[in-house]
Design a protein around this ligand. Sequence first.
Ligand code: PLP
Length: 364
Amino acid sequence: MMAQGQAVVNFAGGEPDFDTPEYIKKAAIKAIEEGFTKYTPATGFPLLKEAISRKFLRDNKLCYDPTQIVVNCGAKHSIYSIVQALCEKGDEVIIPSPYWVSYPEMVALAQAKTRFVNTDPGNNFKLEPKALKRNITAKTKLLILNSPANPTGSVYSKKELQEIIDTVLKHKLYIISDEIYEKLVYDGKKHVSCASLDKSIFARTIVVNGVSKSFAMTGWRIGYLACADKEIIKAIGNLQSHSTSNPCSISQKAALVAISSAKDALMQKMVKTFEDRRNCMMEGLDRAGLSYIKPEGAFYIFCNIKNTGLDSVSFSEKLLTKKEVAVIPGVAFGRDDYVRLSFATNAEKIVEGTKRIHKFLNTL
Ligand code: PLP
């Protein structure tokens, strides 16, 4: 529709609308000019792994040796590799629902079985330890936890994480802690990595992060993972070595500059912009009379459409064709009574889009 010149307001995007910062682009150009255009070690070139190790210490108080880190082709690839390395037929993986769309598919690709654990909007869609306990069986291998979360924007507190990891440790599970939205946290809240809570959970957590969301680098395809268990790291390294080899050498050089420079002022400005946009979208949705879970992080608002009587695909299709606003149907994330709106777009579009949603709701 956009290609045909229609003025669609796009709330469907899953990436920052900012351009990659100039100093990062320059690092990539320099890498090309200096001929850094050949294979690197499969798990990432040493300087980048050292910078990631320093980042974990600086931002998360996590002490990983560079040999405990693997650089992948995006955080999606990191999670895929972990699930492939850890899981096989007969294993069960617990995924709190709503969930990021790719998790269950990755579990299926490893021939393991997903056990969805429903979460409650009254608890900001966060996994409750009791529900986790109820779903653990002798076959459970892994829990995938995402904070700040896509699609809900929920952020787990230290206390909430502590209760979950007590159960994880008791049942000797592994956790993938997907922290890709780490930097995008609002209202003065702080992101906590569950791996940092104590030594035992450090040993059973594989932390995933990357540069896609924090540095507006989605197209560069650099993610990374860290894990204390060297057997797991070795298995993931082998898998990568025989499948993709190293992630793009030029992108690795750009990621090195992004991760090691950590330009706080630039980052704070970006977070403040997202927070303002979130507030703007919440005001628009309040006016439209659509209820939602207030996001504490990431750049999504998960809106309840139950009162409209429409399923999430019909709602999204009608909204798009009648009012030219694009949203993602919640069924993709496990909730057919919700839709996901992204506020990774400018305030003008947010105001216009929420006005159109208001008008659309009045037609139902
Ligand atoms: N994890 C979550 C929760 C995401 O929302 C995304 C991207 O949308 C990713 C991982 C993947 O990030 P990347 O672009 O680095 O592969």
